[in-house]
Design a protein around this ligand. Structure first.
Ligand code: NAD
Ligand code: AKB
Length: 312
């Protein structure tokens, strides 16, 4: 098997830090190049190569890919749902152009694989709320969701037309403690842990009954690596796979935290993120991912809360 050399773009972000560290364990520290527009995350320092890179600069990206003998790219740079609604043009431009730059270079340089995550944000108010299936009505209402849905079809197009082995999954809201979330609607489910520990109280920007699909970062990293390592013949979805871990509301996660911190209290002050959350499904049917490449989550709400509180 040819030796792989991986470029992670957006490596200092919530997923990037943990994914880079996980990939370095598998492929060797020197074979995973971390890159980002912002400075290297402290947890990455000293663990392997880092380059400062703007994914919007296609020429510089291309130079890095050639200079570093890159064979695979994981593209994580994006503007997420809540920040995207504040600057729709910027979100569209970054989320689309970064993907097109990477796909073009992957085609030209015949990279072995590309990874690009989509999101449950592709679904909109007309999609089924419960167990939202892989294929259904998809009419996203945020610029982030529109960019992810368009991106899925670009992935499919580059695979069908040029044979680029690009793989993708629709992450739910991700919960983690190593690096902070970057402007999403599901970020409350991370903030709540910091506030519970520090202040014993939290004011939530979503209503108490807002159920959303969520996943613990350990599961998300494992899912990503399992999808990327799966035999190409088993990949039937070249847009993006539905992926599911757990589903809960602010009231439910608060009750779970209260089991560990009895004095913890939560209040609710829904803001502009409430309509975004209301437009998304409450739970996801990921049976195609389970069938194709054997996906199964390990963390439920109880296990996730225990692990988060032990680690932050
Ligand atoms: P994040 O905002 O935490 O990290 C993104 C990183 O990209 C940041 O470090 C940022 O500095 C970097 N970046 C921004 N512009 C750049 C540019 N021009 N060039 C290079 N780097 C740039 O995001 P994340 O939560 O780690 O998300 C990663 C991917 O996963 C995104 O595509 C996101 O849409 C997707 N996703 C995330 C979640 C989640 O809950 N975190 C859920 C669904 C999908
Ligand atoms: C967000 O809330 O924008 C992200 C996502 C679900 O894509 N966490």
């Amino acid at each position: 098997m040819a030796k792989e050399k991986i470029l992670v773009i957006g490596a200092s972000g919530q997923i990037g830090v943990e994914l880079t560290l996980a990939l370095r364990k598998i492929y060797g520290d020197a074979n995973v190049v971390a890159s980002d527009l912002r400075e290297e995350n402290i947890l990455l320092k000293g663990t392997g190569p880092y380059v400062s890179l703007d994914v919007m600069n296609k020429e510089m990206l291309h130079v890095q890919v050639i200079r570093q003998n890159i064979t695979q790219i994981y593209l994580l740079a994006a503007i997420l749902s809540a920040t995207g609604e504040k600057n729709p043009n910027l979100a569209w431009s970054l989320n689309m152009q970064s993907l097109l730059n990477v796909l073009d270079i992957a085609r030209e340089e015949k990279l072995s694989k590309v990874y690009w995550p989509s999101s449950i944000a592709v679904f909109g108010p007309t999609s089924p709320k419960q167990n939202c299936p892989q294929q259904t009505i998809i009419e996203p209402s945020t610029v982030y969701g529109i960019s992810k849905y368009a991106g899925e079809f670009w992935c499919n197009y580059f695979h069908n037309r040029y044979g680029v082995d690009v793989r993708s999954m629709r992450y739910p809201g991700l919960i983690s403690y190593k690096s902070e979330p970057g402007g999403g609607t599901t970020d409350y489910a991370v903030e709540i842990f910091y506030k519970a520990k520090q202040d014993k109280k939290y004011e939530c920007f979503l209503r108490e009954d807002t159920y959303l699909p969520m996943m613990y970062m350990n599961d998300a990293i494992r899912a990503t690596i399992e999808l990327m390592e799966a035999d190409a013949k088993s990949i039937s979805v070249r847009t993006s796979y539905n992926l599911s871990g757990m589903s809960f509301s602010p009231k439910e996660i608060a009750a779970e935290i209260k089991k560990h911190i009895p004095e913890f209290s939560i209040s609710y002050k829904p803001d502009y993120r409430q309509p975004i959350a209301d437009s998304w499904p409450q739970s996801i049917d990921d049976s195609v991912a389970r069938k194709d490449w054997g996906w199964k989550e390990a963390y439920d709400l109880e296990l996730m809360v225990t692990d988060m509180l032990q680690n932050i």
